[in-house]
Ligand binder design. Structure first.
Ligand SMILES: CSC[C@H]1O[C@H](OP(=O)(O)O)[C@H](O)[C@@H]1O
Length: 344
């Protein structure tokens, strides 16, 4: 079994005093990194989806806090931590659904409230730790997920839950990478309208690792399942409630309903930082609504009669999920077995 290689192109790179962010709006045609030195810039990079993907959003926010501390902590004229906590609120307001953002900010706030002797070094070290822990978690998730889907005829994934959405290696794509190293040779990716994370990011990312993927239109998923070509759907997550209900990219819920109809199993692959233990079920998950112009062709944008409804996540009830895979372990049939085995 060959060692997994780190994807050459990474969503985030910490330079020691700035955060380089790959602008994913430009992929796959253009690989361009932007350099951020303050929290406001990082918040904007998250809001505009230069960086996207639940774990990657959390990691970027952690670096944003470290940049804020570096920027403000030498300003002895005011209580510098007030400025940092104001920046933390701006980071928290960038996108609402991925709980990893708030999980990372809570860890940074707890560190700051402990009043470390060297807050610059301490916050940078924690941000790096969050980043590296995510990569390690993804490799573990990949292996545990591959143990389950081993021997699958084919796998369908949705959106991009890869190295581009995480610290590296990926969650759903981590499972696919690990399974491909064990012989999986049929991977399908949904285009994932309207932002096209599948068509622009997933098939491109997998190709960087010499993994061939077949792109399908989102509307072709049912016909693909009926053909018998796939026996698993593997996706990431943005927020998993305590009962296992899962928020993920819009279209995941319809894939789950279709999977049940066709005897296909659904796997959710996510680090523990994606589980919101404070939320009993998925009913309370805030679903991000993005601008209509991300969906509407430009020609319609001037037409007042034409509008667009653009929720960018949906919630899959736990009853439709066959396996939830985390770095701490796997829950099979979570609606029957519960999520307790994943809790500290
Ligand atoms: C590894 S989690 C990636 C997760 O985030 C994506 O959403 P977005 O591209 O809008 O940030 C999508 O839901 C993926 O499953």
């Amino acid at each position: 079994m060959t060692e997994p290689k780190q994807l050459a192109v990474q969503a985030l790179q910490w330079t020691g005093d700035s955060l380089k962010v790959l602008d994913q709006r430009l992929l796959p045609e253009t690989i361009a990194y932007e350099d951020y030195r303050d929290a406001l810039g990082v918040a904007e990079a998250i809001k505009t989806m230069r960086v996207r993907g639940a774990p990657a959003i959390g990691i970027a926010a952690a670096y944003g806090v470290a940049l804020s501390v570096k920027q403000h902590c030498h300003d002895r004229s005011v209580n510098w931590s007030d400025k940092v906590f104001a920046d933390i609120e701006r980071l928290a307001a960038s996108r609402p659904t991925a709980v990893n953002l708030f999980w990372a900010l809570d860890r940074m706030k707890a560190l700051l409230n402990s009043q470390p002797e060297d807050p610059v070094a301490a916050t940078q070290a924690l941000a790096v730790e969050i980043h590296q822990d995510d990569i390690a978690a993804n490799h573990r998730i990949g292996e545990l997920g591959a143990d389950i889907i081993g021997g699958a005829k084919g796998v369908l994934t949705h959106c991009n839950a890869g190295a581009l959405a995480t610290g590296g290696y990926g969650t759903a794509l981590g499972v696919i990478r690990s399974a491909c190293r064990r012989g999986l040779n049929k991977v399908f990716a949904g285009e994932t309208r309207p932002w096209l994370q599948g068509a622009r990011l997933t098939v491109w990312e997998l190709a960087q690792d010499d993994i061939a993927a077949t792109l399908i239109a989102d509307s072709a998923a049912a016909w693909l399942m009926k053909s018998g070509a796939v026996d698993w759907i593997v996706v990431g997550a943005d927020r998993i409630a305590a009962n296992g209900d899962t928020a993920n990219k819009i279209g995941t819920y319809s894939l789950a309903v279709l999977a049940k109809q066709h005897g296909v199993k659904l796997m959710v692959a996510a680090p523990l930082s994606t589980i919101d233990w404070n939320l009993a079920d998925g009913g309370g998950i805030e679903i991000e609504q993005r601008e209509p112009n991300e969906l509407l062709p430009d020609s319609y944008n001037q037409e007042s009669l034409v509008s667009a409804w653009n929720p960018v996540f949906d919630v899959t009830p736990v009853e439709l999920i066959s396996a939830i895979v985390t770095e701490r372990g796997v829950v099979l049939n979570p609606s029957e077995n519960g999520m307790g085995s994943l809790k500290l």
